[in-house]
Write a protein that binds this ligand. Structure first.
Ligand SMILES: [Zn+2]
Ligand SMILES: [Zn+2]
Length: 374
């Protein structure tokens, strides 16, 4: 694979923008390839962004491994498409845009920007009601041909995009963490945390750590982190967890009882994607407790639903994406309350994307793996 020089034929000439670039292209499950493709050209009202960093998400990995949520099964049609550049957790520098785009987003050439991962249609029932994150056509960057993602040197922000500025003082990998952090903060908001609550967070990966920091910011009585890795529990403490439980050694249900005069936890935030974490949450919550599910599961989960009804009358809430939480996530990153040097555990050049996917799949060594396109 060779890098291409700027070409005088191309409309970006003089701006240092080449006409081709390296990109990862998804050709289907387990078939992602590094290719030389055309640099996209911004149309009216769009922005061209030079990508600085793109995080690899657990959902990228589930898509890579062919999960039914992405590629369909007997119960649902495929949502993901092939011939798409993946990547929805990106940050970049604006290199080209017209006045319309500059005015709409309040940005200019040279600014560092993120775009929310969903590109709303602004026409469906959800968008018209302000519930844009559940937009019916539901195009996220990096899953459909219409909106190529950030695993490339350049990408376009379309007219419908929601764009936010980020400080250039942050390392690029940290700034790209805005996406997962906004998701974690939305899950926290779904839980409507109160001052007296004892909050349990399952999983100390990127989402779980963000949930811990977000829950701590709501000042409840306790924030308890659950994981099986001592290293990740140490990170959880650095994110503000008041208690940590290694579930390989200690029973979290008993810990919940011990912390609450035997009643059980008030809130459970699930961010592991492991089926066993679902039953665990139902069991450690008190009656009338609140369960928030953020994970994407690779397979069906079986639990006793009578815990939700007859036993405890629980509020079970889903959470998806990070609506209205991007400015807060950016503020949190800029104020450096999170141990980001440790959370962003691995940074790799784009051509080593396969190694990056494998690192996320192994799940033991890495926390957040970020690709840095050249
Ligand atoms: Zn993500
Ligand atoms: Zn819509």
């Amino acid at each position: 694979m060779t890098t291409t020089q700027a070409n005088t034929q191309n409309p970006g000439a003089g701006t240092g923008i080449p006409d081709t670039m390296q990109a990862v292209v998804c050709h289907g499950p387990e078939d992602y390839r590094l290719e030389e493709v055309a640099v996209p050209q911004p149309g009216a009202g769009q922005a061209l962004v030079r990508v600085e960093a793109t995080g690899i998400c657990a959902s990228d990995l589930k898509c890579y491994h062919g999960a039914a949520k992405f590629w369909g099964d007997a119960n649902r049609p495929a949502w993901a498409e092939t011939e798409v550049i993946p990547g929805h957790e990106f940050v970049g520098e604006v290199v080209q845009l017209d006045e319309e785009a500059a005015a709409r987003w309040g940005i200019g050439v040279g600014d560092r920007v993120v775009s929310e991962q969903i590109v709303p249609c602004w026409e469906c029932r959800y968008c018209l009601r302000g519930e844009y994150w559940m937009c019916a056509p539901h195009s996220l960057y990096g899953f459909k041909r219409r909106h190529p993602g950030g695993m490339a040197s350049y990408m376009l922000f379309p007219v419908e995009a929601l764009v936010h500025k980020v400080s250039k003082d942050l390392p690029a990998a940290h700034a790209a963490f805005t996406e997962p952090l906004s998701c974690a903060l939305h899950a926290v908001e779904r839980a409507s945390i109160r001052f007296e609550d004892v909050v349990f967070v399952a999983g100390c990966g990127p989402i779980g750590l963000g949930m811990i920091a977000g829950a701590v910011a709501k000042s409840p009585a306790a924030v308890v982190a659950l994981d099986m890795s001592e290293r990740k529990l140490e990170l959880a403490r650095k994110c503000g967890a008041t208690h940590t439980v290694n579930i390989a050694e200690q029973d979290p249900v008993q810990v919940a009882k011990d912390l609450t005069d035997g009643y059980g936890a008030d809130v459970y935030l699930e961010g592991t994607g492991h089926p066993s974490a679902v039953g665990q949450g139902l069991n450690l919550l008190r009656k009338l407790g609140r369960y928030v599910e953020y994970s994407v599961f690779g397979s069906d989960v079986t639990v006793d639903w009578s815990i939700i009804s007859d036993d405890k009358e629980l509020d079970v809430l889903g959470a998806h994406l990070g609506p209205h939480c991007w400015p807060a996530a950016i503020r949190m990153l800029e104020s450096k309350v999170l141990p980001m040097d440790e959370i962003c555990s691995h940074q790799l050049p784009l051509e080593r994307f396969q190694e990056g996917l494998d690192l996320v799949a192994a799940g033991t060594e890495s926390v957040k793996v970020t690709l840095l396109p050249a």
